[in-house]
Design a protein around this ligand. Structure first.
Ligand SMILES: C[S@@+](CC[C@H](N)C(=O)[O-])C[C@H]1O[C@@H](n2cnc3c(N)ncnc32)[C@H](O)[C@@H]1O
Length: 254
């Protein structure tokens, strides 16, 4: 696991969407990420996560469920509640995050989890294998070109009729909330980052990604272009946005 690299150093900050850069960032944040996520969203990350997963419905069938960019396994308890008899798969490329997710994996899935350390954009999971794909708070570290590759991967990995959902922290719609959002994410989060042990610079980076990302509108367009059926979802006046939908039986447009 990498530790202590200053990721705001301009000499290594020339492409913040480079997989190596993103991987280092999450390796460094892995010790404080879960607490920070909770504190910085005032607990809303949990509520939004549950609301997102409701888009997938529930089933007691032995479905194949894949949690992408799974981090510390924040979705897992809820996925298990929605799909009690499913086979579970999770993918993340940060060894730091994966190592810290092991205990939760054991507790929630009791050995029924295939955990892959891979880049989702170039993963080797099999075609048309999954009934369900979930992904929380991982969209912001992709640029539009990478989002296009991601959409292609979702189309490839899902079975026809398979469902997916994504969510990301976003710029809210009402202008009053926008000012609060800028102040909170830009100024407060680095301070909270310091108080809660992590490196405040890493959390500044999260603000930089979130500001660039804005909302999931372009994600919806990109996924729709792949032939997927896509809904645009808003949570708390747009403080988080996402997409959810289905792979219809259409052509794979990779
Ligand atoms: C913001 S965290 C989200 C973690 C978790 N899903 C949650 O709900 O809090 C994003 C995660 O995506 C992973 N990630 C980012 N880009 C990735 C990629 N290209 N391939 C695999 N994992 C990636 C990071 O390592 C990190 O664990």
């Amino acid at each position: 696991m990498t530790a202590g690299v200053n990721l705001l150093n301009p000499s290594i900050m020339n492409n913040i969407y480079e997989p190596d850069y993103v991987k280092k960032l999450f390796d460094q944040m892995s010790g404080s990420y879960e607490r920070m996520n909770y504190v910085t969203s005032f607990g809303y990350s949990i509520r939004w996560r549950k609301q997102m997963l409701q888009k997938l419905g529930q089933s007691d069938q032995p479905l194949k469920v894949l949690d992408l960019l799974s981090g510390l396994g924040e979705n897992w308890v809820y996925l298990k509640q929605h799909f009690p008899n499913a086979h579970f798969f999770a993918l993340d490329f940060s060894e730091g995050m994966m190592a810290r997710a092991q205990r939760k994996a054991q507790k929630v899935f009791k050995g029924n989890l295939n955990h892959y350390c891979e880049d989702v954009l170039y993963n080797e999971l099999p075609d048309a294998h999954f009934d369900i794909i979930s992904c929380a708070f991982g969209l912001k570290t992709f640029n539009p070109e990478q989002l296009h590759i991601l959409a292609g991967q979702i189309n490839r990995l899902l079975k026809p009729g398979g469902k997916f959902c994504f969510i990301e922290v976003s710029k809210p719609t009402p202008s009053l909330l926008q000012a609060g959002y800028r102040f909170y994410l830009g100024k407060m989060i680095p301070v909270i980052g310091k108080l809660f042990l992590g490196n405040p610079d890493d959390y500044k980076m999260l603000w930089i990604y979130t500001r660039q990302f804005e909302n999931s509108k372009q994600v919806k367009e990109i996924f729709t272009r792949q032939g997927l059926e896509v809904n645009y979802d808003q949570y708390l006046f747009g403080c988080a946005t996402g997409i959810s939908g289905v792979k219809t039986k259409g052509q794979v447009l990779l």
